[in-house]
Design a protein. Structure first.
Length: 256
């Protein structure tokens, strides 16, 4: 998916540049253009707001920070007193102390962790975990998390920097489960291989965030173009078909 996007936009840079110039001329206010681009991206995924970041890592840090702030508020705690539950082996968060992480392996383990430490106010979920050898929670496991009694009041960050934007045959790997993200994180695929990018989508923020870093408007514009191309060329369905073929090959060879 990412390679296809990079090849497409690399071949069509002049047309992409012209389109951006046209939109800048039609709407000379950068804040207005940025809000328009952000709205298209958030609407595609069914969220209310979208905040862009320079990279998937920055987006994840931002999402965890927002989740911890809101979770601490709902628990009546100061942010400094609160903790975040993180999947063990998470490539970006393990070893970082900024969020005071508690690590868990699976839903049963998470329930035990939440019961042990009531100051956990937020958690991170990863549909796929490459750092530990491509660990893939089954859909039933994802659906189990929201049913945990200790989950009440916990702000949830779903990290789809690896799995999101059609690479699993759906818009999101967590799609069609009962798992609702308070904050959804997307990564570099939004930059189509041309630039580093990331985004935080949410229904818990009041409005699209303003321009927050140099190049934010370009990131938002390119993300909108990426989504337009994915829809126009039906790339999500193509990823699903290729995935089924690949699965059959793997299973056939595994049985041998």
């Amino acid at each position: 998916m990412k390679r296809h996007l990079a090849q497409h936009f690399s071949r069509n840079l002049p047309a992409l540049r012209s389109k951006l110039i046209e939109q800048m001329a039609a709407n000379p206010g950068p804040s207005g253009r940025f809000a328009s681009f952000s709205k298209e991206v958030s609407s595609f995924f069914g969220f209310g707001t979208c905040e862009f970041a320079p990279s998937g890592r920055d987006a994840l840090m931002r999402a965890v920070g927002l989740a911890q702030e809101q979770g601490a508020l709902s628990h009546g705690l100061e942010v400094e007193e609160s903790f975040v539950a993180v999947p063990r082996g998470h490539a970006l968060l393990e070893g970082l102390s900024f969020a005071k992480p508690f690590f868990y392996e699976n839903p049963k383990d998470l329930q035990s962790v939440l019961e042990h430490e009531p100051r956990i106010v937020a958690m991170v979920v990863e549909p796929f975990q490459v750092a530990r050898g491509l660990l893939t929670p089954v859909p039933q496991a994802l659906e189990l998390y929201p049913t945990l009694p200790a989950m009440k009041g916990i702000s949830v960050v779903v990290d789809e920097t690896i799995s999101g934007l059609g690479r699993c045959g759906r818009k999101l790997a967590s799609e069609n489960t009962k798992f609702d993200a308070d904050f959804l994180v997307l990564g570099d695929v939004l930059g189509a291989g041309l630039l580093s990018s990331g985004a935080v989508l949410s229904n818990r923020l009041e409005s699209h965030q303003p321009l927050t870093f140099p190049g934010a408007e370009l990131n938002a514009f390119l993300a909108k173009e990426v989504i337009d191309l994915i829809v126009r060329e039906n790339l999500i369905a193509e990823a699903e078909e290729r995935g089924q073929v690949f699965e059959k090959i793997i299973l056939r060879n595994y049985k041998k």
